[in-house]
Ligand binder design. Structure first.
Ligand code: SF4
Length: 458
């Protein structure tokens, strides 16, 4: 299918071919789904909203509820003020959410729609019922990616809801970054294992990984409650997991409510999880429990067992910056070499961090690119191959063409089932990653080896 990809590399500036990202509102919608009883609202045309919902539904195999301002020709010329005012009235009377979280789209941004003014006009007109809320964020998709959109919605949550009442709550806020509901569950489990009170926001666990009960619920059990979102302004500290997705919200909260924050890598792999656990311990003075130490020990044991198949393997990685920074480090911890490291999200910090990692590990000849795409990586692979490819679903076309073991990782994964129940963060998540990585390498060995090398035991 990708047999026409040429080996000769031509420098491109204004063209992306198979980008390694989706658009800003996807991230904003995902973050909004992590608020309890919230209906995300896309301020633009129906097509945008359908696309954003579709990507989320295909990844999580769950309905992603959202409404739209349904722009047609009139709104595209005169602005979407009257559309959103009608939409908000209809949404509260028909669907009765506690909160509507509005994000913009390319069209409403290009028009310059002034959401704060529309919201205050709706408040003045009494279109927002008593006790209900409308918040917003701007997500122009011609800049950034779904990670930027996620960060912007978290900032919107803080801007509208966080309050410093002067009464400390003794909790730690945690902004988990653009990770899945299973990751959010795992981060919460680690907090609970250490007996540390926390507020995670947003929190899509129980929303996009909920059970089938036979009863339809428009608003599932999960999501951060509005009173907890308000209370984030009274916490002792915010842990921002992944600077791209979480720092904006953490910084805004510090500025607005004087809650200090600490940025950590997304806790993927040994050292990033160590950093997270130690940050919890240092912030609270709590001991790391034996159960967490045991999980770490199991991970190290597995890494030693799998070492023979991973040592020196060259790996291509594409995905979201926070996850790929942490995963690249883990690949080095596994004795392998991140050969090509690409994110579609802009921001030179990525390149700086990956290059520092290469320098520290003495890795030479590897490539890193910001705002890169799958075409870049395919061309590089054509010039010098790799032993493993790790990316979202779209990497499978390269993997098939070049016969490379492939691990699906990141967002979106639309062609496999059950991944949304398994964390990739924490020691437990790292165990699963080692299992997946080692097994795809073994699968290839066994597919291609001679009969006499086709062993029962590996
Ligand atoms: S890139 Fe812009 S126009 Fe396209 S779906 Fe996203 S918001 Fe809509």
């Amino acid at each position: 299918m990708l047999d026409a990809t040429p080996k000769e590399i031509v420098e491109r500036k204004a063209l992306r071919i198979n980008p390694a990202k989706t658009c800003q509102p996807v991230g904003a919608m995902y973050a909004a789904l992590g608020i309890h009883n919230c209906l995300p609202h896309s301020h633009g045309s129906q097509g945008c909203c359908s696309y954003h919902r579709t990507v989320l539904s295909r990844h999580f195999k769950e309905p992603a509820m959202a409404s739209t301002s349904s722009f047609t020709e009139g709104a595209s010329v005169f602005g979407g003020g009257s559309n959103i005012k009608t939409a908000v009235k209809n949404i509260f009377s028909l669907y009765n959410p506690d909160i509507i979280a509005v994000h913009t789209t390319c069209l409403s941004e290009t028009l310059g729609d002034d959401l704060p003014t529309y919201i205050s006009q709706m408040e003045d007109a009494g279109s927002i019922p008593e006790g209900k809320l409308v918040i917003h964020t701007n997500t122009p998709s011609y800049v950034g990616s779904h990670v930027t959109g996620f960060a912007n919605m978290v900032q919107g949550i803080v801007n509208y809801l966080s309050e410093n009442t002067g009464a400390k709550n003794g909790k730690i806020n945690v902004i988990p970054g653009f990770v899945g509901p299973a990751d959010m569950r795992e981060i919460k489990r680690l907090f609970e294992a250490m007996d540390i009170p926390y507020i995670m926001f947003p929190d899509t666990s129980g929303v996009l990984d909920g059970p089938t009960t036979g009863e339809y619920k428009m608003y599932p059990e999960g999501g951060t409650k509005i009173e907890d979102l308000k209370d984030t302004g009274n916490s002792d500290l915010t842990l921002s997991l992944g600077s791209y997705a979480s720092d904006l919200g953490a910084k805004t909260l510090e500025k607005k409510c004087k809650v200090p924050f600490k940025t950590l890598r997304t806790p993927i792999g040994v050292s990033a999880t160590d950093e997270f656990i130690m940050a919890l311990s240092e912030a609270t003075g709590k001991e790391v429990p034996a159960s967490i130490e045991e999980e770490r020990g199991q991970l190290i044991d597995l890494m030693i067992d799998a070492q023979q198949y991973l040592q020196g393997k060259k790996v291509a990685l594409l995905g979201d910056p926070d996850e790929i920074i942490a995963l690249s480090k883990f690949i080095i911890e596994l004795g392998a070499i991140p050969k090509y490291v690409v994110t579609g999200t802009p921001g030179m910090k990525f390149q700086k961090e990956i290059n520092a990692m290469f320098a520290e590990a003495g890795i030479e000849g590897s490539k890193v690119k910001v705002e890169g795409d799958f075409f870049d990586v395919h061309q590089w692979i054509k010039n010098e191959g790799v032993d493993l490819l790790i990316s979202n679903t779209y990497g499978k076309f390269i993997a098939r063409e070049e016969n490379i073991p492939f691990v699906r990782f990141g967002f979106p994964i639309m062609d496999r089932y059950g991944h949304y129940y398994n964390p990739k963060v924490g020691y437990k998540g790292a165990i699963r990653l080692v299992e997946e990585i080692t097994n795809v390498i073994l699968d290839k060995i066994e597919r291609e080896c001679t009969e006499e090398d086709f062993e029962v035991v590996r």
